[in-house]
Design a protein around this ligand. Structure first.
Ligand code: URA
Length: 238
């Protein structure tokens, strides 16, 4: 991989404008292998580069693939209206890198949320054509009945949809809890499907996307991390 000047590397990693990155370097805030680098023209091979900014260690990443265990009370929008944005749970350079959520969860939905600055990945994961199955656990106001399960599997008519929409899987897991696997990703889909079937969703968590399970990630609510190469494979669908 071609060498790049340190200011360009820092800019690509979300540490500010070119000028801002040059200032950081000239102020002595950036070091590599324990050596403070004060000349922004110094060149490095970006691949695998480990560097410190204000004593925090970073590894160069061409693109980032992130997973968050989303807590309730955060909006997926970049311009939130009533609650803080999920991006406020990440270091600021992620916003500068133009990290976006892969699809959206409602502000009161918890669980698995993917984020990335790789447009092709975001598009591929959120495209309805991909039919990526997503598993939700919904808490319901009324008890989960056999009829509810049967109706969700047969398909329910949502306003604004031409045809009934069915869950791939619907399983009663407790008196007031149902597991639903959906592959469409429509707006408020779980809540609208439960309402259309005569119940009401009072709490919702996404617990799996493709083969990626929240329970295997050991992430507390509000915690995030980079997805590993193996975890990314669990999201592939071919
Ligand atoms: N379905 C919903 O109703 N809300 C979500 O956040 C996700 C799926």
């Amino acid at each position: 991989m071609k060498k790049l000047s340190l200011d360009k590397i820092l800019q690509s990693q979300g540490f500010g404008s070119r000028k801002g990155c040059r200032d950081l370097i000239e102020d002595g805030d950036v070091s590599i292998d324990g050596v403070v680098i004060t000349k922004w023209k110094t060149e490095f091979v970006p691949q695998g580069l480990v560097f410190q900014v204000f004593d925090e260690t970073w590894e160069y990443r061409e693109k980032v693939y992130l997973v968050l265990n989303k807590p309730s009370g955060y909006e997926c929008s970049r311009k939130p209206t009533h609650h803080p944005a999920v991006l406020t749970l990440f270091p600021q350079n992620m916003e500068w890198r133009d990290v976006q959520t892969v699809g959206r969860l409602d502000h009161d939905t918890t669980g698995l949320l993917l984020l990335s600055d790789d447009g092709a990945f975001i598009h591929a994961q959120s495209s309805p054509k991909r039919h990526q199955p997503k598993t939700y656990i919904a808490t319901t106001a009324e008890a989960v009945t056999d009829k509810l399960v049967a109706d969700l599997l047969a398909g329910v008519q949502l306003i604004d949809e031409n045809a009934p929409i069915a869950a791939l899987v619907a399983n009663k897991v407790a008196e007031n809890q149902i597991e639903m696997i959906l592959e469409q990703g429509k707006y408020h889909q779980v809540k609208r499907m439960l309402a259309a079937a005569g119940n009401h969703c009072s709490a919702l968590s996404r617990v799996q996307i493709g083969g990626l399970k929240l329970a295997d990630l050991a992430l507390a609510e509000g915690e995030w991390r980079y997805l590993t190469a193996d975890e990314l494979l669990l999201l592939q669908r071919d």
